[in-house]
Write a protein that binds this ligand. Structure first.
Ligand SMILES: [Zn+2]
Length: 416
């Protein structure tokens, strides 16, 4: 295979450079690559911002476009109502129907430059309809996207009959990550027991962990401490993620600041879903209303890894969503009060590097020898990309173009 050179790339907002790709790998970076490979095909990126592909660390691809399915009308807009509605409607789904909807979402994600996805799949279903569909999809789309599947017991390890056994069976079937939802179990004790069970399974089957954790405004919901403790004491630093942690926005500072040191010892990954949780949380508040966001700024200042994720595309939990992580970034920065120039300039990591780190992707970013996976945004720099929620105009994977977009043309008639 011949060499391709990409020139005038503003890689990671660090200034213009060039790079060479051969056999699907990055082989050299620097302005002198053109002299070195004179027969190479040259692609001019025209100074556009070039970043690694977007990594969506939390979505439910088995739920996408089911917003209209629940038999009961959504009334309260709360998490727990949505889980009830889902429980009523999920029996009717077929593998073919789940695949049809998931492919629409995956194509939409690809159109927004996403190449790495962690999807939770509901395994509180003795037939494993969604899991079977997603295992096939994962294989079929691997040239376009890496998908990690979480064995996620939406209705609990213990609140649902034999939920713990279903999670184990899902891991045997090929799920990559152990999931859980401790704040949905009946008691605090059952919640902790579910976390413990999740860790036992992760170690037995050598899997990563990712819990839906404290997705509530209840300041007494503190399962994140159990997750940090089991991670630390089992030596699983870096392999565990706590998704949501909305209750952290309601914790008192003495508790939150104590926990920061524990989170660091556990090297816990945090996944925040800005649009989802600002929709679902604050529902029991009149005014003032809480924002449903974890302590993104404090976690980041403490060196912890935080990523922003989509979570839902038109499902019983959230009516909108389109797989565009630039939208999550926009919301996440607003809701977290992280809008200094420096914070904005450094913010793309929340939807790229940080998500990939949570997924433990090894072959990621601009390094010689890594897979030539990258995207080009339709702006020259990070600040303007964030300000304009820039669209992804090129997505390259293993050196091949998998998506290309014509930049929008604006025609005007004004005379000033
Ligand atoms: Zn979720």
């Amino acid at each position: 295979m011949s060499v391709t050179i990409y020139k005038n790339a503003n890689i990671d907002n660090q200034g213009l450079t060039s790079f060479a790709v051969e056999n699907g790998k990055f082989i050299k970076f620097g302005k002198d690559v053109e002299q070195e490979y004179q027969d190479a095909k040259v692609v001019d990126l025209q100074g556009k911002l070039t970043v690694p592909p977007f990594a969506d660390a939390h979505i439910h691809l088995d739920y996408v476009y089911t917003a209209s399915l629940p038999s009961k009308e959504t009334a309260s807009g709360t998490l727990f109502e949505a889980i009830d509605n889902w429980s009523d409607s999920k029996d009717k789904l077929t593998e073919a129907e789940i695949k049809r909807r998931a492919y629409i979402a995956i194509k939409q994600q690809i159109s927004h430059g996403v190449q790495y996805v962690r999807t939770h799949i509901d395994v509180t279903d003795p037939k494993f309809t969604a899991l079977k569909a997603m295992l096939e999809i994962k294989e079929q789309v691997k040239d376009y996207m890496d998908i990690q599947i979480v064995a996620f017991p939406q209705e609990g390890y213990f609140a649902y009959k034999d939920g713990d056994k279903l999670v184990e069976e899902a891991l045997k079937m090929g799920a990559d990550v152990v999931g859980g939802i401790p704040h949905f179990e009946f008691t605090r004790e059952d919640g902790v027991r579910s976390v413990q069970k999740g860790f036992e399974l992760a170690m037995k089957y050598d899997k990563l962990l990712d819990f839906h954790c404290d997705e509530t405004d209840d300041d007494q919901s503190r399962f994140v401490e159990s997750i940090a403790a089991f991670t630390y004491f089992n030596g699983l630093q870096g392999r565990t993620a706590a998704s949501h942690t909305c209750a952290m926005g309601s914790y008192n500072n003495a508790y939150a600041f104590k926990m920061m040191t524990k989170f660091k010892k556990a090297n816990l990954n945090f996944i925040v879903c800005p649009t989802e949780n600002c929709y679902l949380q604050g529902r029991y508040d009149t005014y003032p209303k809480r924002r449903g966001i974890s302590r993104v700024d404090e976690l980041t200042e403490n060196g912890l890894n935080v990523s922003f994720a989509q979570d839902s595309i038109s499902d019983p939990w959230y009516p909108l969503g389109n797989g565009n992580l630039m939208h999550q970034l926009d919301f996440g920065l607003h809701l977290s009060h992280m809008m200094s120039v420096e914070q904005i300039n450094n913010s793309l990591k929340f939807v790229t590097y940080n998500g990939a780190k949570t997924l433990c992707v090894k072959d990621y970013g601009f390094k010689v020898g890594n897979s030539a996976n990258f995207v080009v945004l339709n702006e020259d720099n990070a600040f303007d990309a964030v300000r304009n929620t820039a669209s992804t105009i090129l997505s390259v994977r293993n050196g091949n173009i998998i998506m290309q977009k014509e930049p929008e043309k604006v025609l005007t008639t004004y005379k000033f």
